[in-house]
Design a protein around this ligand. Sequence first.
Ligand code: UTP
Length: 312
Amino acid sequence: MAATRRHSVVKAVVPVAGLGTRFLPATKATPREMLPVVDKPAIQYVVEEAVAAGLTDVLMVTGRNKNNLENHFDRNWELEASLEAKGDDVRLSRVRESAVLADIHYTRQGDPRGLGHAVLCAARHVGNEPFAVLLGDDLIDERDPLLETMLDVQERHGGSVIALMEVPPDQISLYGCAAGEATGEQGVVRVHDLVEKPSVEEAPSNLAIIGRYVLSPAVFDVLRETPPGRGGEIQLTDALRTLAASDELGPVHGVVFTGRRYDTGDRLDYLKTVVRLASEREDLGPDFRTFLREHVAEMPAELSAESKVGNA
Ligand code: UTP
């Protein structure tokens, strides 16, 4: 997959060490990011996105159960030999694809002490250069490139850049929230405050932080000094607030994304993502859409009106 444009940032960090408790028991022995979205694990979409933006050096911050991940991005000679013998070239190339996508490295987080702590585990690999962070919770449609815009903004302004999305006010407590002012550049704000998962009353805006960041290496020193915050975890949002408030370590800009984003963070959003992406697929889409229409039409009215799926 060729990048459309090169930026000076080449390293991407992908934290995959969370416990994924919302998907238990599926995530008991496998990272949440390995759950399939149609026929690829969510993490592969994320690595493809990084590579498309020119980030070919990918560091995964792993926890327990890293074997599945490593195996997915490695060659599988037995499987390849078997597909080759059958002459199944299509599946063969799909199996090989993930092993040659990027230059993938791994480091361990040990204790999952929060997203900020996971990012700090990347300090040695990243060194003293800006880098991107991509979370597997969010899949960004390849037709609406976000990361490249963020890399452009970082190149123009320096400092750090976060991705934001407007959400209905009653949903802001599910996200980190950023307050900023317009910069005169379409869709770019200068961020001056951030709060992790605020209540509706506390929220300084309806701009939610989504899972893409381009960070200054100054974040590492700040993370070392950041105490555990919400949920007893070391929060990346808290470190970003320090960066945003500092003349020396900032600025922090936000790119307000209006494109297609698919959430895989909890069960209901994950199901919606799979249905959306499967419906759009050229191979599966036509049959799947027919099935969906029939299924919905046959659904008893009382079932459609029943109480919502538990989504805690
Ligand atoms: P989440 O808090 O959404 O993921 O972290 P989680 O902890 O796996 O999910 P639940 O709430 O228990 O279901 C956002 C991202 O940060 C990573 C996760 O893997 C996820 O991609 N993460 C989180 C880490 O790598 N380490 C951590 O200590 C925490």
